[in-house]
Design a protein around this ligand. Structure first.
Ligand code: PLP
Length: 348
């Protein structure tokens, strides 16, 4: 994913790293229950998945307060971003957003000859919803919001997001990429499923790649109006696109709240340690609500990336606002100690 942004990977084989902190993966692995489900799936791999789709959708629907008809399952949420871009880019459709953000849907929109209108993030690196609203006009086909945002790790206040979605969705579908939503404490989440249940034209993209650790297993979904899903489904291989093993593992992982809570708690602990260490070194970390964080660096980005790699630590860099930044994923506590040690070495 996004290899073009990532210089060390272009040189060929992935080097052996002590800390792989460039892809916002779950360093703790998958739930034991998901592992057991994958093993069970071996024996029924000759069968097409059938009732597993219904069971997975029902579990999600019950949690979100929507109906199973409001859910489409996909192999990761990248597929949702792709098909949404394919659909809304048609006839030079315009997507309104705020940047820097996760550019996948926006890049694909351009591939399919759509247009992007973007406003900068606010001074505190949050989505600027008011400025976005001001840009919405008759050409706008979609509003794209990534919340929590990648690469900044920031969120918009849940009430502001809900108000934006309420106000804008009667004219333009509001698409919210919630890949990192599970890292928020349950009480802090925007609960936008409610708006979908009320019939609003709101689309929520979700993934199992993060808290569930399914980045390589591939499972995602979108919560939206049934008509919208019917339209989007035409761009997919539908229920042939997801394996029975993936679904069985997804069902087991979704039910395993202990594992999700463990991953969230460990992530917050390692994030706090890293924030503190960087702050003590005089770096201003943007407060993160996710499993990665962004902070300004004082070296050339590619030099920094290369030297961190040479010390066994994979990270990513960004350049915006006249500043270079390090985006580091939150690994295990040990990996974050390795990161901090390498960072001290490289910057001293
Ligand atoms: N959305 C955001 C904001 C992401 O950061 C990512 C991956 O890092 C994705 C979507 C896509 O993830 P996946 O296709 O693994 O669900």
């Amino acid at each position: 994913p996004m290899v073009d942004e990532f210089a060390p990977l272009q040189t060929g084989a992935m080097p052996k790293l002590k800390a792989r902190l460039f892809a916002n993966e779950n360093p703790l692995g998958i739930s034991q229950k998901a592992r057991e489900a994958l093993i069970k799936a071996i024996d029924i791999g000759n069968r097409y998945a059938w009732e597993e789709f219904d069971e997975m959708k029902k579990l999600i629907a019950d949690k979100e307060g929507v109906k199973p008809e409001n859910i489409m399952l996909t192999p990761g949420s990248s597929e949702v971003l792709l098909i949404t871009a394919m659909h809304f880019a048609a006839n030079s459709g315009t997507v309104v957003t705020s940047r820097p953000t996760y550019d996948d849907l926006l890049d694909k929109t351009e591939v399919f000859k759509g247009r992007i209108v973007s406003v900068p993030l606010t001074k505190t690196y949050q989505y600027d919803l008011a400025a976005m609203k001001a840009k919405i006009n008759a050409d706008t086909k979609l509003a794209y919001i990534c919340n929590p945002n990648n690469p900044t790790g920031t969120i918009v206040p849940p009430a502001d997001l809900a108000a934006f979605a309420q106000e804008v969705s009667p004219t333009v579908p509001v698409f919210i990429d919630e890949a990192y939503i599970d890292f928020l404490e349950p009480g802090d989440r925007p609960q936008l499923g409610k708006l979908v249940a009320e019939g609003k034209n709101v689309m929520l993209a979700r993934t199992f790649s993060k808290i569930h650790g399914f980045a390589g297993i591939r499972l995602g979904y979108v919560i939206a109006q049934p008509d919208m899903l019917k339209t989007l489904e035409k761009y997919t291989t539908g229920e042939f696109g997801i394996s029975i093993a993936t679904l069985m593992a997804g069902i087991a992982s979704f039910k395993d709240l202990d594992w999700q809570n463990h991953c969230r708690t460990e992530n917050a602990r390692a994030r706090e340690y890293t924030t503190k260490a960087l702050t003590e070194m005089g770096y201003e970390v943007i407060p993160s609500y996710t499993n990665f964080m962004l902070f300004p660096i004082r070296m050339k980005p590619k030099t920094f990336e290369g030297q961190m790699f040479a010390n066994g630590v994979g990270i990513q860099t960004r350049t915006f606002g006249g500043q270079s930044w390090c985006r580091v994923s939150i690994g295990t506590m040990d990996e974050m100690k390795t990161f901090v040690d390498a960072f001290k070495k490289v910057t001293s």
